[in-house]
Design a protein around this ligand. Structure first.
Ligand code: 5AD
Ligand code: SF4
Length: 479
């Protein structure tokens, strides 16, 4: 008999807003002794979609799997367990997952013991679970963003009892500390500092799929970073949907600027953080950034639109002028800072005038890169009910025009380093050529240069010879 664990809940606007981030307890991850060894002689493969939050979660999932005895399979055809860690932010991200799930179905014919799982943000939407049940019965395990720590139990039921598992929590529950992590990179690491988002931008599904803001305790974050230093990591990226809101739920005076300041005193060589919300980026944080040290002079500051009408409809809580003012402050404090952003075009009701305001803001802000998107209505969010009066041709045309401007900024941002000597944290070989090494500068610019594998993990000096739109090419000066 196949068992279904539990009820799942729709990401209801009313419930999501009513949910509280009080009484969040911190618990220590634990695998029951009898489950250790469950994955011996079995291989896993994880397909990760979406943001850095998902990349970080996949590293935890991999950590748990390896602790259970599973080993990594390079290819889905060798795997006994395939997990899809999904993203719900736009419709095309979801379509890709469903397409891939369809294609992978045939693997069950060659390996009848194969277990397929879907996790991440998509299962946090009720409609996804329904669609999986109706159209993808080949899926054995479904779980969400709040219950990764229960994976050992789900796998025991799926592998040992051959039971189907569907468990998605609508409440965020505890913060689980000391989860095992199998990190993708050998020299740079994600560090979650908080989970969830309280902003409820009207287009965004994240507050429903990831729940309310919950900050990790500062001492747990510091301990993780100190361990990373001991393990030889050079760079950390602090993660949260709105890192600038860090600490608000901890009911103490400790804020993001304090955390950044404390982390800057550790021996980690590079600190980055993402994502920042312009409304919450405060003067204290800018001051800590300006002291520089190991805090990198790059900031990803999503603006979303340059039109005050649209910003209001998006519930972003700042105006174009306030955003530009914040950028001015940043540039005054950190003159060489590199700024990148996110922009949505074709938000319901966006007029030609509104779009021109966005282009104007992009010109004035001097972004050196941006992720640009066409608005995608997400069921359950307020904006999905707004009248969408823009044709898809107009949306695509606006995206093209915007991208052209953004690419010019990208190229100009790279050009400023031509002839300069930059510090590069070497990550590995470039995809195409084995004798070409690749890495990032302090300003988050991608650099390729001739070198060898011994340099991986080191910060080296490279003289930039030529700037291209997407990367810089240089020559090793000093290692
Ligand atoms: N449609 C299009 N883009 C979106 N984003 C978030 N929700 C949507 C949506 N419904 C974009 C925002 C955000 C980035 C991670 O994804 O620009 O900053
Ligand atoms: Fe979504 Fe807005 Fe929260 Fe970012 S700040 S995750 S865009 S709701």
């Amino acid at each position: 008999m196949k068992k279904e664990y539990s009820k799942y809940f729709a990401p209801s606007l009313i419930n999501a807003r009513k949910r509280m981030n009080k009484n969040i307890e911190n618990r220590i991850f634990h695998i029951p002794d009898e489950l250790i060894g469950l994955g011996n002689n079995l291989k896993y493969h994880i397909k990760t979609y979406g943001c850095q939050g998902n990349l970080s979660d996949s590293e935890k999932i991999a950590g748990i799997l390896e602790m259970l005895g599973f080993r990594f399979a390079n290819n889905v055809t060798e795997a006994d367990l395939i997990l899809f860690n999904t993203c719900a932010i736009r419709e095309n991200a979801e379509e890709r997952v469903f397409g891939e799930l369809g294609r992978i179905k045939s693997l069950k014919k060659t390996n009848p013991n194969l277990i397929l799982g879907v996790c991440g943000c998509m299962p946090q939407e009720e409609k996804t679970v329904e669609t999986i049940k109706k159209k993808h019965p080949q899926v054995d395990i479904v779980f969400g963003t709040h219950n990764i720590y229960k994976l050992p139990e789900y796998l025991s039921d799926a592998f040992l009892k051959r039971e189907k598992v569907v468990e998605v929590y609508s409440n965020e529950g505890s913060i689980i500390e000391e989860m095992p992590v199998k990190r993708e990179h050998s020299c740079k690491a994600w560090v979650d500092i908080m989970y969830g988002c309280d902003e409820f931008c009207t287009y965004c599904i994240v507050p429903y799929t990831r729940g309310r803001e919950r900050s990790r305790q500062p001492e747990d974050i510091l301990r993780e970073v100190e361990t990373l230093v001991d393990e030889g990591y050079a760079e950390i990226t602090l993660l949260g949907q709105n890192v600038n809101a860090y600490g608000k739920d901890l009911n103490c005076e400790y804020k993001f600027a304090d955390l950044l300041n404390d982390l800057s005193k550790t021996k980690i060589k590079r600190i980055r953080f993402t994502t920042s919300h312009p409304k919450d980026l405060d003067d204290e944080t800018i001051q800590v950034m300006a002291r520089r040290g190991n805090i990198m002079p790059h900031l990803h500051l999503p603006v979303q639109s340059g039109s005050n009408t649209i910003l209001k409809k998006m519930n972003r809580k700042y105006t174009k002028e306030e955003y530009l003012e914040k950028i001015n402050k940043l540039r005054k404090a950190i003159p060489d800072i590199s700024l990148t952003t996110d922009i949505i075009v074709g938000f319901p009701g966006e007029t030609e005038e509104d779009f021109k305001e966005t282009l104007d803001l992009v010109t004035k802000a001097g972004f050196e890169g941006a992720y640009t998107f066409i608005f995608s209505p997400r069921e359950g969010t307020p904006a999905s009910k707004y009248e969408d009066n823009i044709t898809s041709e107009v949306k695509k045309e606006r995206l093209l025009i915007l991208n052209k401007l953004i690419n010019d900024g990208f190229a100009a941002g790279n050009k400023r380093f031509e002839g300069k000597i930059v510090d590069v944290l070497v990550e590995g070989t470039s995809d195409k050529k084995e004798d070409i090494m690749t890495g990032y500068t302090i300003h988050n610019k991608l650099v390729n240069f001739p070198g060898d594998l011994e340099l991986v993990g080191k910060i080296v000096k490279v003289k930039i010879e030529k700037a291209y739109t997407w990367h810089l090419k240089g020559k090793l000066i000093e290692s």
